[in-house]
Design a protein around this ligand. Structure first.
Ligand SMILES: [Zn+2]
Length: 213
């Protein structure tokens, strides 16, 4: 079986996505790249019911080279992201707060410095029908310089060097959306300034050090 290890990891990641409440039913899809091949979740199967043999392997043009099930309808988006980023894994969800923010805002401003782990401000890719090249192009643009993006009236996408980091980014984005929505309920959230964000980056670059005199 080609990409046996990657397909096994897809199944594990799918289970964790359902367990952690990131996806419901057959919504959401995931893929992992190895060289010039990628393993992707199949269409129409709940992510906690994936099997390695049921996850098709595609070449970078989208042709199925192994597996007997059809790939997720969102493959054009996955291919566009791999073609334009250094990502090796992609997690796409319809997680609740990501959908709430994507349906009401054009961007998610950073109100917590952990947003820097995803690139700071998160863009919302304009709406287009799922599975279309238009949607793929919008998402690719929204991801420029970022580890995640929101998709208008649709959901979220996160990328990473492996499935684990892409999943962590998807969970962090969902947390940031939830925090924003809840902050908005009791007032106008204060957005971190450019200066404050730069100070966080500089602090992180210094690492741990004993307090000075
Ligand atoms: Zn979707």
């Amino acid at each position: 079986m080609r990409l046996a290890e990657e397909r096994e990891r897809l199944c594990e990641t799918g289970r964790r996505m359902v367990e952690t409440g990131l996806v419901l039913g057959t919504s959401g899809n995931i893929s992992v790249r190895q060289g010039d091949l990628l393993a992707v979740s199949p269409g129409g199967v709940a992510l906690d019911r994936l099997t390695p043999a049921g996850c098709p392997v595609l070449d970078m043009s989208g042709n199925v080279v192994d597996g007997d099930r059809g790939p997720s309808s969102e493959v054009p988006m996955h291919l566009a992201i791999y073609a334009s980023t250094g990502a090796s894994a992609i997690v796409h969800t319809h997680s609740r707060y990501a959908v709430v923010v994507s349906a009401t805002m054009t961007e998610l401003p950073p109100i917590h410095y952990n947003a820097l782990l995803l690139g700071g401000l998160i863009r919302v890719a304009p709406y287009a029908t799922y599975g279309t090249p238009e949607l793929a192009a919008h998402v690719r643009t929204a991801l420029e310089g970022k580890q995640a993006a929101l998709m208008e009236n649709h959901g979220a996408v996160a990328i990473g060097g492996d499935l684990e980091s892409a999943l962590e980014s998807a969970r962090l984005l969902e947390w940031l959306c939830e925090v924003y929505v809840q902050a908005k309920m009791i007032g106008e959230p204060r957005v971190l300034t450019e200066e404050e964000l730069v100070a966080v980056i500089e602090r992180a670059a210094r690492g741990w050090s004993a307090p000075g005199p």
